[in-house]
Design a protein around this ligand. Structure first.
Ligand SMILES: NC(=O)c1ccc[n+]([C@@H]2O[C@H](COP(=O)([O-])OP(=O)(O)OC[C@H]3O[C@@H](n4cnc5c(N)ncnc54)[C@H](OP(=O)(O)O)[C@@H]3O)[C@@H](O)[C@H]2O)c1
Length: 298
């Protein structure tokens, strides 16, 4: 398989999974913050324009500090909206497709049931609004753009709920865990595997193909944070799990209000790409096995 990807982001959860999973014949040129700072749209556009022969551009970088964004809106918008817009314009000018990552946090959570791609977004906070502005800018500027919304990413490295639970269990015998937020937890590695497996197809897909536009890309199954924590400890501490107390979201007031229903519908993924990602519990088992034996790739 031959595929040349220019990737913004080298250190994040998804960025690292992309690099770890690239197969022989695939070339991923990953740009770190030092090589392309997303607060500088000209640097971003230049990186795309001067990238040489590439088949795809992937934006795996983002401002992901959901609560801090409330006090840094300009920075959140610069990285999550205006940099992707610069990428999209530069991709359009070169005729190269852009793959961009977004989030369930564009929705308010008020819907009764899973969100489909055509549901109206209504973000509850600055982070969600900045990601929504990024989606819109990308889809407007580039006619071969795929915007993948993902949820509750976890992986063997980086900052995520899995890592936080493991860390807390080391020091606290009793954990309060939120049980009224629900989503489809998703392995960063499964998102990377999707991108790499569909890369050649996407590189060839013409403008107007069903491949482009919004796509909900999440593992199968639904969980609350509490369900996920229980699954984590069943696998990692079967004999001495911490005591867990389910609590409502209101027990942990945060600057950015969280949506209670963040469940994304995956019907479009099945329809367009004829596939469904595996259940999140299976992916979690693989990630934990990878952490136990870091040389093994899940
Ligand atoms: N994590 C989740 O639970 C979650 C859920 C839904 C959607 N998403 C979306 O999924 C995508 C991937 O998230 P992730 O969890 O892999 O992110 P992450 O681990 O937080 O990594 C973010 C990456 O963006 C880079 N970055 C931040 N600001 C930058 C700047 N000004 N210039 C250049 N690079 C910059 C970081 O580089 P440094 O290392 O230099 O800081 C890092 O490589 C993002 O679009 C995110 O919005 C994530």
């Amino acid at each position: 398989m031959s595929l040349r990807i220019l990737q913004f982001g080298a250190t994040g959860q998804l960025a690292r999974e992309m690099l770890d999973r690239a197969q022989p014949g695939m070339e991923i040129r990953a740009l770190s913050r030092a090589e392309a700072d997303l607060t500088d749209p000209e640097a971003v556009a230049r990186a795309v324009a001067e990238a040489g022969d590439i088949d795809l551009v992937l934006n795996a970088a983002a401002y992901t500090a959901v609560d801090r964004a409330e006090s840094e809106p300009d920075l959140a918008y610069a990285v999550n909206a205006w940099a992707p817009r610069a990428m999209a314009r530069a991709c359009q000018a070169r005729g190269v497709p852009l793959l961009h990552i977004s989030t369930d946090m564009v929705f308010s959570g008020a819907k009764d049931g899973p969100y489909v791609e055509t549901d109206a977004p209504a973000p509850l906070h600055v982070y969600g609004a900045s990601k929504l502005a990024g989606e819109q800018a990308v889809l407007e500027a580039c006619d071969r753009a795929l915007v993948m919304r993902v949820s509750w990413l976890f992986s063997a490295h980086g900052q995520n709920f899995l890592q936080m639970m493991l860390r807390l269990a080391e020091t606290q015998p009793r954990l309060k865990v939120v049980d009224d937020q629900r989503a489809r937890p998703t392995a960063s590695g499964d998102v990377a595997a999707f991108i790499l497996s569909q890369g050649e197809r996407l590189a060839r897909a013409p403008s107007g193909a069903p491949d482009w536009g919004l796509l909900h890309l999440v593992n199968a199954g639904v969980a609350s944070r509490y369900d996920m924590a229980r699954a984590i400890f069943a696998l990692t501490r079967p004999n001495n799990p911490p005591l867990m107390e389910p609590v409502p979201t209101s027990a942990f007031p945060t600057p950015a209000r969280r949506a209670l229903n963040a469940v994304l519908d995956t019907g479009r993924m099945q329809e367009v790409f004829s596939l469904q990602l595996r259940p999140w519990e299976e992916a979690l088992e693989d990630v934990l096995a990878q952490m136990a034996n870091p040389k093994e790739t899940a």
